[in-house]
Design a binder for this molecule. Structure first.
Ligand SMILES: Cc1cc2nc3c(=O)[nH]c(=O)nc-3n(C[C@H](O)[C@H](O)[C@H](O)COP(=O)(O)O)c2cc1C
Length: 365
């Protein structure tokens, strides 16, 4: 297989056949069926477990294992979960007004809900269950945990948005990096959001070669990679693989809400914005009614994770009612390249075939 341009050292490291990583996406899209289908097709499926209770992670990991014997990953948030509710009343009053059309009861007059810090217990479950790849957003795993994972033969990774973050992550013991360009859907992986309130916003084409040149460990490119052209480009830019999020949201096995999928399939390249109004951290989402109104409120949201906890009731009610106007519709900048209900295995195989043809024959097919 060594003359296959898709079989990179990252594939060898992770024990996978294709350099296609399905992003761990917190909040429900990455069902065990999706994760297993991607891994079974030769890529690396990843469970987005950041918001999951430790025992729910254990169940999901076991469900993945029942569907595939191949390697897979689990993704967690490694940011400190320290609440800052100092501006709670002011911001909650805005959220109450914006969520009123959904019938969400106002909360500004009641005590804020503390955000649980689950990282240690989530990590313990991953260790107990023998999860092969542990990836994080917002920071590398704390050193003690990274060392324990590596000592047990697990691979650890984190998402970076600048060369400086790549250097920090490598020094913290990561085995590989995900270089996330500003095109990417979902949260910016930026470590220091006080320094970069909207996240570092370096485009995928600019970021990947600069990170790849400086990193001594493999790099996967993320942000706007949707098909074999994107994967081929990522490899030509010096990455050893690509991590795709948005592309899998409309896959057959995706757990994304039906209204969310429809909004994605109807959207265009200029429909997204980077907003802090869902979670307090910058994230790229479709500009729906909530985002448009919140951005006009004239105040700043609270910091993460408190703001995320505060918008929870609205997001849950929006999901219950199927109202995409109030959901966090995370999306990258290439939604026109989405396909409807394609099985994830077909997505992986088509991307691989197209990239291989481009890299070996210089043609798309
Ligand atoms: C719905 C959604 C949820 C995401 N959740 C996470 C997450 O929990 N952890 C993480 O590391 N990255 C998360 N990301 C970011 C992805 O890792 C990746 O950087 C991004 O999807 C790449 O850009 P693309 O969406 O254009 O493929 C998420 C992305 C999306 C679209």
């Amino acid at each position: 297989m060594s003359d296959d341009p898709l079989y990179t050292p990252l594939c060898r490291l992770l024990g996978i056949e294709l350099p296609i990583l399905q992003a761990g996406m917190a909040g429900g899209p990455t069902t065990p069926e999706l994760v297993a289908a991607v891994s079974e097709a030769g890529g690396l499926g990843t469970l987005g477990a950041a918001y999951m209770e430790p025992e729910a992670i254990r169940e999901a990991v076991r469900a993945i294992r029942r569907l595939t014997a191949k390697p897979f990953g689990v993704n967690l948030f490694a940011a400190p979960m320290r609440d800052d509710y100092s501006r709670y009343r002011e911001v909650q009053a805005v959220l109450d007004r914006l969520a009123a059309p959904l019938g969400v009861p106002p909360r500004a007059g009641i005590e804020p809900v503390p955000t649980p810090d689950r990282l240690e217990r989530q990590f313990e479950v991953l260790m107990e269950e023998g999860v092969p790849v542990i990836s994080t957003a917002f920071a590398p795993l704390p050193e003690r945990l990274a060392r324990a994972a590596r000592d047990a033969g697990r691979h650890v990774a984190t998402m970076v948005t600048t060369v400086e973050e790549a250097e920090i992550a490598e020094a913290a013991g990561c085995d590989f990096l995900v270089a996330q360009g500003s095109d990417a859907g979902g949260h910016r992986g930026t470590f220091d959001v006080e320094r970069h309130p909207n996240g570092a916003l370096v485009g995928t084409f600019s970021l990947v070669p600069q990170v790849a040149d400086r990193a001594g460990i493999p790099v996967a490119a993320a942000g706007g990679v949707m098909d074999g052209r994107g994967l081929a480009a990522a490899l030509l830019l010096g990455a050893q693989g690509a991590q795709l999020g948005t592309r899998f949201l409309t896959a057959a096995e995706s757990g994304a809400h039906a209204a969310y999928r429809e909004a994605l399939l109807a959207s265009r390249e200029d429909d997204t914005v980077v907003t802090r109004w869902f979670s307090g951290r910058p994230a790229r989402a479709l500009r729906n009614r909530f985002v448009a109104e919140a951005e006009r409120a004239g105040i700043e949201p609270m910091p993460f994770p408190s703001h995320n906890t505060a918008t929870g009731p609205m997001r849950r009610e929006a999901a219950r009612q199927g109202d995409a106007g109030y959901m966090a519709l995370w999306s990258g900048q290439a939604p026109r390249l989405l396909t409807r209900d394609t099985p994830a295995a077909d997505i992986v195989r088509e991307i691989a075939a197209q990239a291989r043809a481009l890299l070996t024959r210089g043609r798309a097919n």
